[in-house]
Design a protein around this ligand. Sequence first.
Ligand code: ATP
Length: 576
Amino acid sequence: MLKVLSFLRAYKKPVYIALFLMLVELFVELWHPLLMAKIIDDGILKNDLSVVLIWGGIMMGLSFVGFGAGIINSFYAAHVSQGFGYDVRKSLFDKVQSFSFANLNRFPTSSLITRLTNDVSQIQGLVFMGLRIMARAPLLVIGGVIMALIVNWKLALILVVTMPLLFLFMVWLMGRGVTLFRKVQEKLDAVNSVMRENLAGMRLIKAFLRKTHEQNRFAKASQELKDNTIGALRLIELTMPVLLLVMNISILFILWFGSFQVTSGEANIGEIVALVNYATRIMFAFSVFSFILMNLARAKASSSRIVEVLEADVDLLDGEGLPLHKDQFQGSVEFHKVSFHYPDTQVEVLKDLTFKVKQGETVAILGATGSGKTSLFQLIPRLYDPTSGAVTIDNHDIKRLKLTSLRKQIGYVPQESRLFSGTIHENICWGKEDATIDEVIEAAKAAQIHGTIENLPNKYDTVIGQKGVNLSGGQKQRLSIARALIRKPKILLLDDSTSALDLQTEGKILEAIKELSCTTFIITQKISTVMVADKIILLEDGCIVDLGDHHTLLHRSELYQKIYDSQHHQEVASNG
Ligand SMILES: Nc1ncnc2c1ncn2[C@@H]1O[C@H](COP(=O)(O)OP(=O)(O)OP(=O)(O)O)[C@@H](O)[C@H]1O
């Protein structure tokens, strides 16, 4: 909790001003019953109107001071809590940007969204409340008891006895609350997760008539959230009746013993009224306090979830130096006895891979589904690190390169074309922020998408929905390729990125890529693409079973012959 609250350091001055104003409000509140006792005893009971007017005037003046202090305090509390929330959210977001995939496996997307939104809001709310009323409630309890002791210490002893009991009850409540509210936040994660999957997969859900199944899944997650929230709220609901019971009994005792004191002349009526007034205010403060404690419990659960993200160890660390400039980068890639398993499993998906690709060569990676092709790709821009062995570029171990200078030289087109909301121009520029319009058009032409864009109503300024829902699969693939080509990368990784394209368009794209003379890795199932590569890596179950060009493999590898024959015959059949 303290770690998150340390973000308040940036707002020291407004925090102090807000706390000071809160104390002003508290001071006014504590003097009210005492002034009232004076008005009753010295004014009303003695029929002295001047006392009523003077002290009534003072009371009113103080009320205005308290009112003004409250308004300005609210202003500062809002300013601080909103700024604080912004800062925490920003730090969380920045941290998530530095996450490796191992980190992301630990924190599911839906959970990160809840942490960045709801969890931050919980603490933000607590900060606001803290500056408005948090310190005021306990101080009002303590101050109220002290003032009651000043007015009539014998009767005030009743409050002195009951307050610690109520306090212990609150501490117990808080302990239970933290556990319950942590569960509530986890259930909220689950609801977000179902919502996210549902919205992303809406087409599939409709096509497979899975509406009812999805509704049931959502109802289940929602029901669990409801049950857990009700469980936590029940705890809060327990507070008020307990408070009322204890305080009403205390007031009853004050009135009971007070009546004896008034009869014996030991106390006057104003004192009893003041004491009952203090007791009521203390009860109110306790109910506010219990509300705050519940929020504190919830915010504590939220803050530990935020701290988990902020303090997560990022295992994919930046290289210690070697910020290679583009001109120094050639693009030869070498794998030295590389083995790899994903962080959450021990199953090796790449085994002892050794191969070398010279600068400007095109390498096709061919293998059955699940043979490790994408995994091999991900090691080149360091989305993961090998578990043993090393990947080198231009003879530098990539772990020693600055991540930014490594990734700047790589154009990666993943299997799933993911576009972002915005215009086509913005999506292509995503690969190079400072690209000129000529560069954008050049990249679009190379990716064979320029003609299609020109036919759209707003051409390059056409807005595409999130994930490019208004474009076809092939158009999305070509836009993703343009986004990678605009960087003029030294190394280009195409992960089955031409699967939705016809052979002619694909051929033209490959020709344009050849002109860039970058080192190109292509994962493909199309033998026509494989044939033009300088090298072909045959991957089976994470191992390289053969490596060579088309002619070599056609003579040497039975597996390659089989693949070739099956696709060749298909082509002949479809042409015939
Ligand atoms: N994030 C992950 N965590 C754990 N295992 C994974 C992960 N991603 C892939 N795998 C496993 O690694 C193996 C290789 O997967 P990979 O995606 O590299 O294969 P691929 O050859 O690219 O397959 P495809 O042609 O179907 O895309 C598979 O057995 C897969 O189950």
